[in-house]
Ligand binder design. Structure first.
Ligand SMILES: [Zn+2]
Ligand SMILES: [Zn+2]
Length: 195
């Protein structure tokens, strides 16, 4: 597979290589929404009920070929996920854990090739964290158990084989390649209030 990935302005580019387990997920949690608020791209990224579409796969499959200097990351709290984005045009890239040995990434639709998502990652979309969706009639949760199972099938082989070490998001000593900005509780709260 050679799924093209790029930020909105095109400065940061690359592709997703190889094959392997993946999950398409629509996440309605407030943190995913706050991340788009932080970048000022909620209208572009979120669906009508405030959901983000995400493709989870193994981190080493993500290859940046150009513009890696535009990589940036933010954490919504001290222990929050690393939320990666392209700082050239504030395009959300995806979410990872801070622990490089759990080598998945949840790539956000904005960084993917829209016309190829279905072909490359399948038709089925799990729907999660529906309680925090916007509006009175919430989407129906589905597919969470499958997402959890596939998550294990994504990270376990990377861990056992040691392939997690080839992720371009972490350096040899296991630190993120850019040091993430950590939002203060006030900054995080302000993003909530905007919704
Ligand atoms: Zn850009
Ligand atoms: Zn979420």
């Amino acid at each position: 597979m050679m799924h093209r990935i790029q930020c909105k302005c095109g400065a940061l580019q690359g592709h997703i290589q190889g094959t392997g387990t993946c999950s398409r997920v629509a996440c309605y949690c407030a943190d995913c929404r706050a991340f788009t608020k932080f970048l000022g791209c909620s209208d572009d990224v979120l669906d009508a009920q405030g959901g983000s579409e995400i493709v989870q796969l193994a981190q080493p499959r993500v290859v940046f070929s150009q513009g890696k200097e535009h990589l940036a990351a933010v954490r919504l709290s001290e222990k929050g996920l690393l939320r990666w984005y392209a700082d050239c045009c504030k395009t959300p890239i995806g979410n990872t854990l801070a622990n490089p040995k759990v080598s998945f990434i949840g790539l956000i639709r904005s960084f993917l090739d829209h016309s190829m998502i279905e072909k490359d990652f399948g038709r089925s979309i799990a729907v999660v964290n529906v309680d925090s969706a916007i509006g009175d009639s919430k989407p129906v949760q589905k597919g969470l158990f499958g997402v959890i199972l596939r998550f294990i099938w994504i990270v376990l082989p990377m861990r056992i084989s040691g392939q997690y070490r080839s992720s371009q998001l972490f350096n040899k000593s296991g630190d993120p390649v850019v040091s993430p900005r950590v939002l203060t509780a006030e900054e995080r709260k302000a993003l909530n209030a905007e919704i």
